[in-house]
Design a protein around this ligand. Structure first.
Ligand SMILES: *Cc1c(COP(=O)(O)O)cnc(C)c1O
Length: 428
């Protein structure tokens, strides 16, 4: 598909849709009539296949009870490993480097417990000043568990403009006092995609452990974590991967660390064949599976089975290509149609620095988001002034984006947002 001659008509959007090989996947998802869902980067939609794999797992429980661990449609004892292997192509990992377990925050705790080994003057943890609060809370509490004060030992790379973080600034902050770096692949507000390959190479050169939080890139952007030499990564499966609210997350550990003892051990950290020997000396799995702790949350993993099949069929490269075209098209329309209404595009324009969402700043962001919802467009709001809009390659069409811009234009020209209270909802 070539977007050479952009024009703002609905016919042009329909032409792009007719050339889109991913368009049949939209049928697989539950979309409410008339609704344009642009919040799949917070909670992806339910697909029929995810629903089916969940129902199959429930049925295994119904029919097999305890025997569901080793038999049935999706045997539970190896489900985390199987889902890890299905995830591996999305992040450029070997199957044994990937496991589905925990949540982003608990996985950060697990991986920092495992990899943060302060020694001599190398005691600090490096992160960035625009990162997601939960990641920061986890790092602060890990430092405190080691007896260090976060004020001194957690270094946050500043942003020059409040939106973006420069790779040069991160690399400059990788001093010989830093033991571990945790960075997002894509910043959750501005949608900036960091150059992980470059950062991983700098971290390796300086002997620093690098962890990546891929919450806002997995399922939207291909990665090469193995080849780049990233030490570990975490992500959730309920955003772009559509595994459902509270769906179990995932993690990656590079196989150069195979056999590492988990910082937080449990019986599911064990080599699988030895787990039921019930010995008191843990023999950890020689895979990312060693970072598991207790019994996997089967019913919260089950939708991911069906969902990942869709990604296998669609291919992450095609998804990324379409996502870039959707966001480019969206920004072109915003600039053309909404230039009089005080919006600023806060995400980077260049494809290689852009994640999967468009980030709009507006002083009335809270009230505009409420008005969007009333008009059946689902965005999300991020304090203090950001409207995030994520067209999703698997279920958003170019015509949806066109329609969304028409509705936003109407909201703005009629000042429809003024009737709402300027107060954020509890869950924004
Ligand atoms: C969504 C998100 C989280 C949420 O963490 P959970 O433990 O899954 O609740 C954490 N960090 C980032 C960067 C996120 O985008």
């Amino acid at each position: 598909m070539h977007q050479t001659s952009f024009n703002p008509t609905l016919e042009f959007a329909q032409l792009l849709d007719s050339q889109d090989s991913l368009s049949p996947f939209k049928e697989e998802f539950y979309l409410n009539e008339g609704m344009i869902y642009l919040d799949g980067n917070s909670l992806g939609l339910l697909s029929k296949r995810a629903e089916q794999s969940l129902l199959e797992s429930l049925n295994d429980w119904k029919q097999l009870a305890i025997d569901g661990w080793m038999s049935g449609t999706h045997p539970w004892f190896t489900l985390a490993e199987r889902l890890g292997a299905m995830t591996a192509p999305l992040i450029g990992a070997l199957p044994e480097e990937t496991i589905v377990t925990g949540s982003i925050t608990t996985n950060i705790h697990q991986l920092v417990s495992t990899f943060y080994k302060p020694m001599g003057k190398r005691t600090k943890i490096l992160a960035d000043s625009l990162t997601f609060p939960s990641d920061i809370y986890a790092l602060q509490s890990q430092l405190k568990l080691h007896g260090y004060s976060p004020e001194e030992h957690l270094v946050l790379v500043p942003s020059r403009d409040g939106r973006l973080i420069e790779e040069d600034d991160i690399i400059d902050a990788m001093t010989d006092e830093v033991a571990l770096v945790l960075l997002p692949s894509v910043l959750y507000r501005s949608g900036q995609l960091l150059d992980i390959k470059r950062l991983a190479s700098a971290a390796q050169e300086k002997g620093i452990i690098l962890g990546i939080d891929a919450a806002h890139s997995i399922g939207a952007i291909p990665h090469q974590f193995h080849d780049w030499g990233v030490d570990f990564a975490v992500w959730c499966n309920y955003k772009y991967l559509n595994s459902g609210p509270g769906g179990v997350g995932g993690l990656f550990v590079h196989n150069k660390h195979a056999g590492i003892m988990p910082g937080l051990a449990g019986w599911f950290s064990s080599k699988k064949e030895k787990q039921f020997d019930m010995e008191y000396t843990l023999d950890p799995a020689p895979t990312a599976g060693a970072l598991q702790i207790g019994t996997p949350h089967i019913l919260s993993m089950a939708p991911l089975i069906g969902s990942l099949q869709i990604f296998e069929e669609a291919s992450i490269e095609k998804i990324r290509l379409k996502s870039l075209q959707l966001t480019e098209y969206f920004m072109n329309l915003i600039e053309l149609e909404l230039s009089d209404y005080g919006f600023t595009i806060a995400n980077p324009r260049e494809g290689e620095r852009r994640g999967g969402h468009v980030s709009l700043e507006h002083e009335e962001a809270i009230r505009i988001c409420k008005s969007l919802k009333e008009n059946k467009i689902i965005p999300d709001f991020r304090a203090p002034n950001i409207i995030r809009l994520a067209p999703i390659a698997l279920y958003t069409s170019f015509a949806d984006v066109w329609e969304a811009v028409q509705r936003i234009k109407k909201i703005m020209s009629e000042k429809q947002y003024e009737k709402f209270e300027n107060k954020r909802e509890t869950v924004a």
